[in-house]
Ligand binder design. Structure first.
Ligand code: PLP
Length: 634
């Protein structure tokens, strides 16, 4: 039996649990991407990285696989289609892609094109989003434009005028006061509106975003406000403008049980409104369809305990049952599934720049430099440590560490003594940690000690820019090396980014049973590139990312198959240059250069700078301004 294999790597990193058929490992030990589940065509991610690097595109690079977007759109539509056929449901399904989840032009284009055959719609939540899609995405016949978010009169005017371009805009009332503005703007323009109301179910969803649902939710109307809205419309003789009931109970719903409860309540609400208002024809179940980031199929925050097919079936059957009970026509069902549409398509690839290895305990240590008693005790602890006394030794070491600090502060230990003590303490804790592994039962404090003994792999990226949810809400993403997977990873590691921020680390990783506190990685082979892939980052991450330390947008490469079926870079969206990020914070490059020249002239005059140094400084400065904000490989 070989000591390691690619299938053991696949198991270790849980690829087949979270990869959804899109990710695998080939015999060379490289990660492969299979963008279309209906085809066997794969892309070797490691080869792809090599080829983009050869073209001068620097890491970190965000790889986008258009085929995965197409596949997701197809799978979501097919899941609902199958559920509708199975149930004998008489309405149709419409996916409305919420643009906020990933507004990158190419991504929206790709989702929209893929959804054309299914009559896809779009959902916008602000004026900028509306302006973007109004002009560019208006050519799907009967395509819906759902208008959510806070609305002023301009927003409503735009939504109504869009109807003149053949776009079917539906303005969704999320706050009761909006209904008056919609009515007065529509009447002023003389354009008939189509209106939706967002209902606030009293049941909550589940998962990290469950506060988006329930009575205290920020958006939505409760039952008496829904009635008030109906009364306002009826009194203005516009009841037939009401077309849609919407609810949204938060992104990443983790538990199908909580979804079902909310569905029941909302479908009942739909039926009650439909009885008062026969024009009602859309039931919009919002976003929330989850992504199983850790592959555990549980109701853990980074997972979901249901499949896409189960979700579709529950939505369809619950709606059907309530409507049939109440004798109501089956509405068209809309879902605003954003995360489930785009999360899978993007992978961030970064390289390891440096490793800070954990300290390995030595068999024995040198004696103290002086006859200080505390130092002698410390040395003895180290030499006499055994499995039996390891917990007691740990407690003694913690108390000695305090004594040493006090003695140093009082002037009773000099620097050489303090340095010796610190060195021995580090070794001692490392040795206790190693020895404690043999204990049958490991006490909690020793378990915690273990967390200090993980290598730190410094990687060329910014968590704040590329994985903001990892920093902000401890969201977990699958991470693994994209090559060398035929060999065994032997190091227990955490990941640190380039920012000067201790929060810029990842020390929680996916696991099927809990959260793993380290990631198994390979030893870096003295200077040979070692690349890590961070998967499922296509939803929300880019736009929420920030410029901490002025690390800008990464290079993004769109990959698809060409006419010959070979992987090809379809387009490159270059990451921010230093010049651009400085501009964001009002450092104008020309002014910087002018000021630099003044300083150079002065230094030349004072003789502190040579002509050659002046030339070099200016060249570096100019090149720096035009360069990538991340570290460049030598
Ligand atoms: N619709 C609305 C109103 C939302 O607020 C959101 C995001 O939270 C979505 C749709 C997208 O949700 P998801 O990405 O979970 O599908």
């Amino acid at each position: 039996m070989p000591e390691w294999s690619v299938s053991r790597s696949a198991e270790l990193y849980g690829i087949h649990s979270w990869g959804n058929g899109y990710v695998d490992i080939n015999d060379a030990g490289h990660v492969t991407i299979r963008p279309e589940s209906s085809s066997d065509r794969t892309i070797d991610l490691h080869e792809l990285v090599r080829s983009v690097e050869q073209r001068g595109i620097d890491l970190p690079v965000l790889f986008r696989f258009d085929g995965i977007i197409r596949d997701r759109v197809r799978r979501i539509n097919e899941a609902f289609g199958a559920a509708i056929t199975e149930a004998g449901y008489r309405g149709r399904y419409r996916l409305a892609y919420p643009v906020k989840v990933n507004q990158q032009r190419h991504v929206v284009d790709c989702v929209y094109e893929a959804g054309r055959e299914y009559g896809i719609g779009l959902e916008v939540g602000s004026k900028p989003e509306m302006l973007a899609v109004l002009a560019t995405h208006n050519n799907v016949a009967g395509g819906l434009l759902l208008c959510n978010g806070y609305k002023d009169a301009r927003y409503i005017e735009l939504a109504l005028l869009a109807r003149k371009l053949g776009i079917r805009s539906v303005i969704i009332v999320e706050q009761i006061y909006e209904i008056q503005t919609i009515l007065s703007v529509a009447e002023k323009l003389g354009i008939d509106a189509e209106i939706g109301v967002r209902f606030k179910p009293s049941r909550k969803g589940s998962g990290r975003w469950e506060a988006s649902g329930g009575e205290a939710a920020k958006f939505g109307l409760c039952s008496y406000q829904v009635l008030e809205a109906i009364d306002i419309l009826r009194n203005r003789d516009r009841l037939d403008w009401l077309k849609l009931l919407h609810f949204h109970i938060g992104s990443q719903i983790t538990s199908i049980g909580s979804l079902k409860r909310v569905l029941k309540e909302s479908a009942r609400m739909y039926a009650e409104i439909a009885k008062l208002c026969p024009s009602l024809c859309f039931f919009d179940v919002g976003g929330g369809l989850g992504v199983d980031y850790d592959g555990s199929r549980t109701n853990f925050e980074s997972s979901m305990n249901y499949t896409l097919e189960e979700y579709a079936r529950d939505v369809v059957w619950e709606t059907l049952e309530v409507c049939d009970e109440q004798g109501i026509k089956h509405p068209d069902i809309i879902s605003e599934s954003g995360r489930a549409t785009v999360a899978h398509h993007a992978v961030l690839v970064t390289e390891v720049m440096e490793v800070a290895p954990v300290i390995e305990p030595r068999p024995s240590l040198e004696k103290p430099p002086t006859d200080n008693e505390t130092l002698e005790d410390l040395h003895t602890l180290y030499e006499e440590l055994t499995i039996k006394n390891c917990h007691e030794t740990y407690n003694d070491a913690v108390s000695l560490r305090e004594d040493i600090l006090q003695a140093f502060n009082q002037g009773d230990l000099n620097l050489a003594e303090r340095a010796y003590a610190d060195r021995v303490l580090r070794q001692l804790f490392a040795k206790i940690n190693a020895v404690s592994k043999e204990l049958k039962y490991v006490p909690e404090d020793l378990e915690r000690l273990d967390l200090n003994f993980r290598d730190t792999y410094f990687c060329n990226f910014s968590i704040f820019q590329s994985l903001p949810d990892s920093w902000a809400i401890d969201h977990l993403f699958p991470i693994l090396p994209i090559h060398r997977l035929e060999t065994k990873p032997t190091r227990r590691a955490i990941i640190a980014d380039l920012t000067c921020d201790s929060d810029g680390t990842i020390d929680r990783f996916i696991d099927l049973k809990s959260v793993r506190r380290f990631l198994m990685l390979h030893e870096t082979n003295g200077g040979a590139p070692y690349h890590l892939g961070i998967f499922l980052v296509g939803a929300y991450q880019e736009i929420l990312g920030d410029l901490h330390n002025l690390f800008g947008d990464t290079n993004a490469v769109h990959v698809d198959f060409d006419e010959r079926g070979k992987p090809a870079v379809r387009s490159l969206v270059e990451g921010d240059t230093v010049r651009e990020v400085l501009g964001f914070v009002q450092f104008e490059p020309q002014e910087l250069l002018d000021r630099l020249h003044t300083s150079i002239e002065r230094a030349l005059g004072e003789g502190t700078l040579t002509r050659e140094e002046a030339v070099m400084l200016e060249r570096q400065f100019r090149e720096g301004l035009e360069g990538y904000t991340y570290l460049l490989a030598e």
